[in-house]
Design a binder for this molecule. Structure first.
Ligand code: ZN
Length: 447
């Protein structure tokens, strides 16, 4: 078995690992690099391998940084089979369509060409085949694939590949535990090799038990100040967790005052996929007496651009949930332009902000930012709630890896070097493991 790292190597985006085993080429995820611009030059570079020679792609979850180059792979000749869970397939379609739209908008604004068109998305979707959790499929003679729940977002999976007498586990993204909506990541007893994410290496998440309390107090202070609360979110999982928490807040009482807007057509469609696959949610949610777990009867959905613009004219206080999650595009930017200059307003960051994104700059406390080329003073409060993370933190990753026996090597991916280094040290010191942090293009023979 041979593996080569072509993305998310010492950084968080662009997940893409090529496995060669039993005479076949298998790609693990095929994500977009996401820095300050979606049309990152690295996305348009030709793949380092021949896409037409790839036999299978295993897509572990639908986030753009794990799926965003699939249509390019198709455009460049890939016609093999793609394995994913059923929700991942549906969500990937929505995410890819949205990504294509954002890229086209960005290309119109800044020039540059887009990576692929709608026809490539439609083409690549034809190649998907659904596989459930804990089902093992022999995808080719001598190669077995099993998905296990990764607890990261709806339908997210870890991939277990058994071939050439070895067991390789790829975590893709490992979920934060406990999650309000999902079961915790499945444990696994044995692996020879592990490719593990490291987004929150060296970090400890805020205690999730205080999350609701914090959100409540931020909404309450927005009401008291007659302000606007802007929450940039990732359309998948984060939005539904927020909606679920807002539903809790409202169930406790004062929800007559602020209007809650879900200003994201993507998040609206994604929420419908959550409702379609309740079997992928945790037991607590499935057996909940509250049938409207996302509070959809209360939330105002603004699907069209015109409805979105009307939010502006609505009286404060108001709470606006909009994409994109790292503020590198999407409707949130229009709200930010309008409301960032007023100290009554709040920007609440609830997700990971990659280096170079506007979200990261605001979180780092920059006092002046550029939005669509215009400079704005940051007068609004910028707050963050860390426990909405959909990723395991350092202690969670350590505890999860500790349950696996027989590991010969751990490869850390999907983490900035500073984060991955701390996790690498802990895995070596506390669990006595051999840990590598591959650079892009590095290849390893696993025998
Ligand atoms: Zn992810």
């Amino acid at each position: 078995m041979k593996i080569a790292f072509w993305g998310a190597a010492r950084e968080v985006t662009g997940s893409n690992t090529l496995v060669e085993a039993a005479g076949k080429k298998i790609l693990l995820d095929c994500g977009l690099f996401q820095g300050s611009r979606l049309n990152d030059e690295r996305n348009s570079e030709p793949f380092a391998y021949n896409p037409a020679a790839v036999d299978f792609v295993v897509v572990c979850h639908s986030h753009l940084d794990h799926t965003g180059r699939l249509p390019k792979l198709y455009r460049d000749g890939f016609r093999g089979r793609i394995y994913a869970t059923a929700p991942t397939k549906e969500l990937a379609y929505l995410v890819l369509l949205d990504g294509e739209k954002l890229m086209a908008e960005e290309a119109r604004r800044n020039g540059g060409k887009i990576l692929y068109g709608k026809e490539d998305i439609d083409g690549v979707m034809e190649l998907f085949e659904a596989l459930g959790y804990d089902e093992t499929l022999e995808i080719s003679p001598g190669i077995k694939l099993t998905f296990k729940n990764a607890g990261h977002i709806l339908g997210s999976a870890m991939a277990q590949i058994e071939a050439d007498g070895k067991v390789l586990i790829y975590t893709s993204d490992l979920g934060n535990n406990p999650s309000e909506l999902l079961d915790p990541p499945a444990t696994t007893a044995h692996a020879d090799y592990l490719i593990c994410e490291s987004t929150y290496g060296g970090r400890v998440h805020e205690d999730i038990s205080r999350r609701q309390e914090k959100l409540n107090s931020i909404i309450e202070s927005t009401i008291a100040q007659n302000g606007v609360l802007m929450i940039p979110t990732f359309a998948i999982e984060r939005t539904q967790e927020l909606l679920h928490d807002i539903e809790h807040f409202c169930n406790m009482g004062n929800c007559l005052v602020p209007n809650f807007y879900l200003d994201s057509p993507l998040a609206e469609k994604v929420t419908a996929v959550f409702e379609k696959y309740p079997e992928f949610l945790n037991g607590k949610v499935r057996t909940s007496h509250d049938k409207d777990i996302f509070g959809l009867e209360r939330i105002i959905m603004t699907s069209t651009a015109r409805e979105s613009q009307q939010i502006d004219g609505a009286p404060s206080p108001k709470v606006i949930i909009a994409g994109s999650g790292m503020l590198n595009g999407g409707r949130i930017l229009f709200h930010l332009q309008r409301y960032i200059g007023d100290p009554k307003n709040t920007l609440l960051i609830v997700g990971y902000q990659a280096a170079g994104t506007l979200g990261r700059r605001l979180l780092d406390g920059e006092k002046e930012v550029k939005i669509f080329g215009k400079t704005y003073k940051v007068e609004a409060r910028v707050l963050a709630i860390g426990s909405y993370s959909a990723h395991a933190d350092n202690p969670q990753i350590l505890a999860w890896v500790a349950k696996i026996s027989g590991i010969q090597k751990v490869f850390l991916v999907h983490g900035e070097s500073s984060q991955a280094t701390i996790l690498a040290r802990d895995l070596a010191d506390k669990l006595n493991l051999t840990v590598l942090m591959p650079q892009i293009g590095e290849e390893y023979l696993l025998n």
